[in-house]
Design a protein around this ligand. Structure first.
Ligand SMILES: Nc1ncnc2c1ncn2[C@@H]1O[C@H](COP(=O)(O)OP(=O)(O)OP(=O)(O)O)[C@@H](O)[C@H]1O
Ligand SMILES: [Mg+2]
Length: 270
């Protein structure tokens, strides 16, 4: 069994103070423990609090209550700045720096983290190669396709060698075919890098292709409605996966749960 790398206990988040009438409770009592090299997928209705959960991990918002433990160290309601480099983030929109090339976007992160020298310079090329874009390292974002931009985003999230990769619907803005192809690339990247991944998606098939465990978030305020272990063997996660018996069993169960649990649940089924 791999070691526990990350744990949240009774995490909660409200925007605004309780006395304010527009106070929104977004997250209520989320607890989860994540081991090294796991691929965690979070599924839930639009607006239920998934990005808010990831933004707490990114240090963008502190939680309102609960505790986060990172690498065995208790951090309270927010991860200290110096620990944030253990995470690599890909946010919902690509948010690349438009005035920097693909390689320049990766170097920008290294600069921010004060990581200098030939080892890191080499890693820029290695990460661009990992996502199949080494030949595009001098190209600016506006000259890249949507899928390529997301791949640069993934390379950028990995460039400082984080322990945990956090992906917020990284493939959400892409057309169906590109999305499927990139999902397989994410699977390969995970196999090659052996990183711990926490990913939000709204696509059940994508979740089943990638996950070790799937957490279904309930509608606002988000809590964990159910956890599924995705025990489809890694060698069966191929383009044939939709014919896999276990894939179809899990897919049926998850879709049924999403349909009863969520206002927008019908959009998850296919
Ligand atoms: N900074 C903020 N201030 C106040 N309310 C916020 C803030 N950020 C998010 N919210 C609210 O929190 C709720 C959850 O938003 P969040 O972005 O986490 O949803 P989500 O699950 O990621 O949705 P989607 O799947 O559409 O991306 C929404 O009701 C949203 O309006
Ligand atoms: Mg979101």
């Amino acid at each position: 069994m791999e070691r526990e790398i990350f744990r949240v206990e009774n995490l909660s988040k409200s925007f605004g103070t309780e006395r304010e009438k527009d106070c929104v409770e977004v997250i209520r009592n989320i607890s989860m423990s994540i081991r090294e090299k796991e691929f965690i997928v979070i599924l839930g209705d639009s607006g239920c609090g998934k990005s808010t959960f990831l933004k707490i991990l990114a240090g963008i918002h502190p939680a309102s209550g609960g505790n986060i433990t990172l690498d065995g160290k208790s951090c309270g309601v927010s991860i200290p700045r110096e620990e944030l480099r253990k995470f690599g983030f890909v946010f919902q929109s690509d948010n690349l720096l438009q005035w920097r090339t693909a390689g320049g976007n990766l170097r920008f992160i290294l600069g921010m983290m004060k990581l200098k020298g030939s080892r890191w310079e080499k890693r820029v090329d290695e990460m661009l190669e990992l996502v199949g874009l080494l030949d595009y390292r001098h190209v600016y974002p506006h000259e890249l396709s949507g899928g390529m931009k997301q791949r640069v985003g993934i390379a950028r999230a990995l460039v400082h060698d984080p322990e945990i990769l956090v992906l917020d619907q990284p493939l959400g803005a892409l057309d169906t075919i590109t999305r499927k192809m990139l999902a397989f690339e994410v699977l390969n990247i995970w196999k090659k890098t052996q990183k711990t991944v926490i990913m939000v998606t709204n696509n059940v098939d994508e979740a089943l292709l990638l996950a070790s465990r799937i957490f279904i978030f309930s509608p606002l305020p988000a809590g964990i409605a159910r956890e599924f272990i995705d025990d489809i063997p890694v060698e069966e996660r191929t383009v044939e996966i939709s014919r896999n018996r276990r894939f179809n069993e899990l897919r049926g169960e998850i879709n049924a749960l999403l349909r009863v649990n969520m206002k927008g649940g019908a959009s998850y089924g296919k």
